[in-house]
Design a protein around this ligand. Structure first.
Ligand code: SF4
Length: 298
């Protein structure tokens, strides 16, 4: 079987950066390296990191108080994830009294900066995203209490009257076409609104690569990443929208060779939190499958 791997498959630079920051501390003998919530939404990678001394505390949304005995943790360090946090959470984490390292992705930092700047001038901020996602929870903290999260045209219609000063941004991992569609809808209600596309470059590349794989003639997609990973699920949805059969798998164990044998060319992509070791095993196993009608020496 021919396997075409998307150039963008796997860690985005922001996630890779946060992992490297945590790993560097662990390699330099700083133990434990705490992270405020899971550093990455992939259980296989989390197990690896745990073995290296990186320990998750807190919760996925970075809301709960951390129980760290700082008396016994002189050598510890606390790392903030790529998703970022609210200013309030930052103050809380700093108040714990152990070394603190902010590994927020600079692309998320740019969105936070734009919100902060507008909030200071009195703007309301409308964020296109998932209100339960830690990135959105963090960004809301910069809105000076004037933040609104939307996901649909109905959500926009249900917004209260916000006046002329309205800023619309996006969670960095949303669909570009939906952002523009919702931005246009928002402008109907708030014609003076400022719409800033803050979907990050890594997300756009990943979404664009689905179209590239289609041009290369793939007959099906395999999307690798945690079943609970929001960005992987979105990617699988985008692949599905092409009309091609799409298989969202977490590891190579979920490949059904008989099912896959019906395709001669398969496109492989992966979410921003999928490690390389999982992607390469999937590609190898798919490449070893003989498509129906393909000779063993083909
Ligand atoms: S998805 Fe984009 S914004 Fe989020 S961590 Fe990766 S590069 Fe940064």
């Amino acid at each position: 079987m021919k396997v075409i791997r998307a150039k963008s498959a796997g860690f985005c630079w922001g996630v890779e950066r946060a992992i490297n920051i945590a790993r560097d501390f662990a390699n330099k003998g700083r133990h434990p390296v705490y992270t405020d919530g899971p550093l990455i939404h992939n259980s296989q990678m989390m197990e690896k990191l745990q073995a290296e001394g990186v320990r998750e505390v807190g919760d996925y949304q970075s809301r709960s108080d951390l129980t760290i005995d700082k008396e016994k943790e002189e050598n510890a360090v606390l790392v903030v994830r790529a998703h970022g946090i609210s200013p309030e959470r930052r103050n809380y984490l700093k108040s714990i009294g152990i070394d603190f390292k902010d590994a927020t992705c600079p692309d998320v930092g740019i969105v936070a900066g734009k919100i902060k700047l507008h909030a200071r001038k009195g703007f309301h901020t409308v964020i296109f995203g998932d209100e339960r996602h830690p990135e959105v929870i963090g960004l809301l903290g910069y809105t000076d209490g004037r933040g609104h999260v939307i996901k649909s045209t109905e959500d926009i219609d249900a917004l209260p009257e916000l006046g002329d000063q309205v800023l619309m941004v996006s969670q960095t991992t949303m669909f570009t076409d939906e952002f523009h569609r919702l931005g246009n809808h928002l402008l109907k209600r708030f014609p003076q609104a400022q719409i800033i596309d803050t979907i990050c470059g890594a997300t756009k590349d990943r979404q664009g690569d689905i179209a590239v794989l289609m041009e290369e003639g793939v007959e099906a997609f395999v999307v690798i990443g945690g079943h609970h990973s929001a960005n992987t699920r979105k990617l699988a949805l985008l692949a599905q929208r092409t009309g091609k059969p799409t298989y969202h798998i977490e590891t190579a164990k979920e490949i059904d060779p008989e099912e896959m044998a019906q395709y001669r060319t398969v496109g492989v992509t992966a979410g921003a939190s999928t490690p390389e070791f999982l992607i390469s095993v999937v590609c190898e196993q798919l490449a070893a499958i003989h498509s129906v009608g393909e000779t063993a020496s083909a």
